[in-house]
Design a protein around this ligand. Structure first.
Ligand SMILES: NC(=O)c1ccc[n+]([C@@H]2O[C@H](COP(=O)([O-])OP(=O)(O)OC[C@H]3O[C@@H](n4cnc5c(N)ncnc54)[C@H](O)[C@@H]3O)[C@@H](O)[C@H]2O)c1
Length: 363
């Protein structure tokens, strides 16, 4: 795979997302070339599996110690972790010209970028996503943040990275469950974009070996390009960027209801099923098309506990989602023969019906 670079142009920034073979090599040269004084935040699992590469990149072998290693979980995606990163930066003398290089999945990416966005009123940061989910989604578009008061991503900023570097071989150490989680967000793009892309993603799940590998590289690039276009049109989510929340109002409630036992991308996939069922109940989508959409989500395995979810509890959690106001919950819904629509208000009775209709898919 030769390096693919995808431009992201927003109101506040222009940058490149690079997809390349190997792990950190092109980034090492880039940091040297730019003369950045870099600080590093590294996901503990990535450090464990890619120790030599991290040491080369961070200058550890030359006696440079500007690296903080953190173990991610939704429970540590909090202000306490942000404080730890801010103290690390301050204690090691980071200044406004410094750059924080953030190496890890979506959790380390979200907390690290939030810390960088507020340290000294904002320093530059580079994202090095290491999970499928973070490559195709969370590292691009500048949403930073942490959970707060039991609510997902409640505190945060919109701050774009300086650049994004995704090394293909970093993904090779991902456990199967993390691939499945990433597929959840991939399927979301398939729902959002056109028929041709939907067919490609469906076809991808049937491929094996090197053909699957090659197709994955190309689909990842396409997902990033789709996100780049949406973010360029609406950086701060006042309009079409809301489409990227397809399935997410359900997903965030599912994550909270299960005390984060369900991985984000798996919850998204379950949320996409609920959104498809809701679109049917609202009369916006035919049963036949919904089943086609849902068949893609079924490529991801769901844990048993999803089928036990209580619709009333989910509704309560959805009402407290940051995207809701005055107890009214608005959804991104699918439409027959048309692109999805956002900001559709739906009442509890209809949402409960849709959740009930969804539960059998999780058995
Ligand atoms: N900012 C955004 O726009 C945005 C978009 C989507 C999701 N998110 C957030 O992303 C988070 C989920 O991210 P995630 O799915 O990457 O989970 P994650 O960050 O928890 O990573 C998943 C697991 O994989 C491990 N890991 C990471 N890279 C690895 C590698 N190369 N090899 C082996 N193990 C590795 C991690 O240590 C962790 O245990 C959620 O908190 C979600 O809210 C943010």
């Amino acid at each position: 795979m030769t390096m693919i670079s995808i431009p992201v142009e927003t109101r506040s920034a222009s940058y490149q997302v690079h997809l390349h073979e190997g792990a950190f090599e092109p980034l090492t040269s880039y940091l040297e070339e730019k003369g950045f004084r870099a600080f590093f935040l590294v996901d503990a699992q990535v450090y464990r599996y890619h120790t030599d590469g991290v040491h080369d990149l961070t200058g550890f072998n030359k006696g440079v110690f500007r690296t903080l290693i953190m173990k991610p979980s939704e429970k540590m995606k909090t202000m306490a972790s942000v404080n730890r990163i801010l103290s690390f930066l301050q204690d090691h003398g980071a200044d406004r010209k410094s750059v924080l290089v953030i190496i890890g999945g979506g959790i380390i990416g979200d907390i690290g970028s939030f810390a960088a966005s507020v340290y000294m009123r904002g320093i530059r940061f580079i994202q090095v996503p290491t999970t499928l989910l973070s490559v195709i989604d969370s590292s691009v578009g500048g949403k930073t943040g942490v959970n707060f008061g039991g609510r997902k991503n409640f505190i945060g900023t919109f701050t774009q990275p300086e650049s994004v570097w995704s090394g293909r071989s970093l993904l090779m150490t991902l456990p199967r469950a993390e691939w499945e989680s990433g597929y959840g967000e991939m399927v979301k793009y398939a729902f959002l974009y056109d028929r041709q892309f939907f067919e490609r993603v469906a076809g991808f799940f049937r491929l094996k070996g090197s053909a699957r590998q090659e197709e994955l590289n190309s689909i990842m690039a396409e997902c990033i390009a789709i996100k780049a276009r949406i973010v360029a049109a609406d950086e701060t989510e006042t309009g079409p960027r809301k489409l990227l929340n397809l399935g997410h109002t359900f997903a965030h409630a599912i994550e909270s209801a299960t005390s984060f036992k369900v991985k984000h991308g798996v919850a998204v996939s379950a949320g996409l099923i609920c959104a498809a069922e809701l679109s049917v109940v609202r009369g916006m989508l035919s049963r036949k098309t919904a089943d086609e959409y849902i068949s893609l989500c079924r490529e991801i395995s769901f844990p048993k506990l999803l089928s036990l979810i209580d619709p009333a509890e989910l509704w309560k959690l959805m009402q407290s989602d940051k995207k809701s106001s005055n107890g009214e919950v608005r959804f991104v819904l699918l439409r027959e023969g048309e692109p999805p629509a956002y900001d559709i208000p739906v009442n509890e009775k209809i949402v409960s019906q849709a959740i009930k209709n969804s539960l059998h898919w999780f058995e």
